[in-house]
Write a protein of this length. Structure first.
Length: 290
């Protein structure tokens, strides 16, 4: 499975909530039709002050959050494709619009709102800034999606440089992940490691002369990717449920110790998740799937 997070900053003319409406209300209606898509969720950081909402627990489970982290993005779509080749070819139009002449390619397939919705690079002809990152995902607990709005938290983390990369990934997947997956009331838990190749998600997907491949674009992407090495996605019924689960005396001491050992920095962002195309990690069906 080829998984990508695309961190996007809103156009300065829009408020955060206007960006949310524009992305989910219109933009995602077009981008959900990318060829070969196997999953598409839009995550927009929530308006709630998480530090205030969590109280003392926030200080106990957070270390080294980069200053102004949320100023760098407003949302990140998460998309799933079967392979890199499928992702690279996803912009190829398909016959999906039914007309009197049968099924045709929709001339409105590509949205024209990008330069108005996202932060545009000056003098670029409308190219917008983004940080596309490929993730290596591990489903620690399959997501159970209930029929009401859940709380979704994204736990960003950066590796402790004293821990080797091999020991780090093993520690997260065999010790930290299984322990965290035991939290009471957890509705889903996916561990993600950022691809060390910062161009993994954009090579072949964007043209070679795109801003993302310029010195400025690479420097911006390197700086952003340097802040974190992975991100865990967690779903709960409520923030109170997370607070109780994370402070559980049967788990918290060992989890705290593991995080101090494995992570140089660790912090949480609450996001509002909109499921546009339900992720399907099973073998691809032999028909158009959405």
């Amino acid at each position: 499975m080829f998984k990508v997070f695309a961190f996007l900053k809103r156009n300065a003319r829009l408020t955060h909530d206007e960006y949310r409406a524009g992305h989910i209300g219109y933009h995602s209606g077009h981008s959900r039709r990318m060829k070969g898509m196997r999953g598409y969720c839009v995550n927009v950081w929530a308006n709630r002050d998480l530090k205030q909402a969590l109280g003392p627990l926030h200080g106990a489970i957070t270390r080294g959050e980069p200053a102004g982290f949320l100023d760098q993005w407003d949302g990140f779509p998460c998309v799933h494709f079967d392979s890199r080749a499928t992702w690279v070819g996803s912009s190829e139009p398909e016959k999906t619009r039914a007309t009197a002449d049968g099924l045709v390619v929709d001339p409105d397939r590509t949205p024209d709102d990008g330069p108005h919705l996202f932060d545009v690079v000056p003098d670029s002809g409308g190219q917008f800034r983004s940080n596309h990152v490929r993730l290596d995902e591990h489903v620690m607990l399959p997501v159970e999606r209930v029929e009401y709005k859940q709380v979704k938290l994204v736990q960003f983390f950066r590796r402790n440089p004293a821990v080797s990369e091999d020991a780090f990934s093993a520690g997260v997947l065999t010790r930290h992940g299984p322990l965290a997956a035991r939290m009471k009331g957890l509705n889903g838990y996916i561990a993600n490691f950022r691809d060390r190749d910062i161009d993994a998600a954009i090579t072949g997907f964007y043209a070679a002369d795109d801003w993302r491949f310029t010195g400025e674009g690479r420097a911006a992407r390197q700086a952003f990717c340097g802040l974190w090495d992975g991100a865990n996605e967690l779903w709960f019924d409520s923030l109170d449920a997370f607070r109780a689960a994370r402070a559980d005396p049967d788990i918290a001491p060992e989890l705290d110790a593991l995080e101090r050992h494995l992570f140089d920095a660790v912090w949480y962002v609450e996001v509002d998740e909109s499921v546009i195309v339900m992720p399907n990690r099973n073998p691809a069906p032999a028909f158009y799937y959405r």
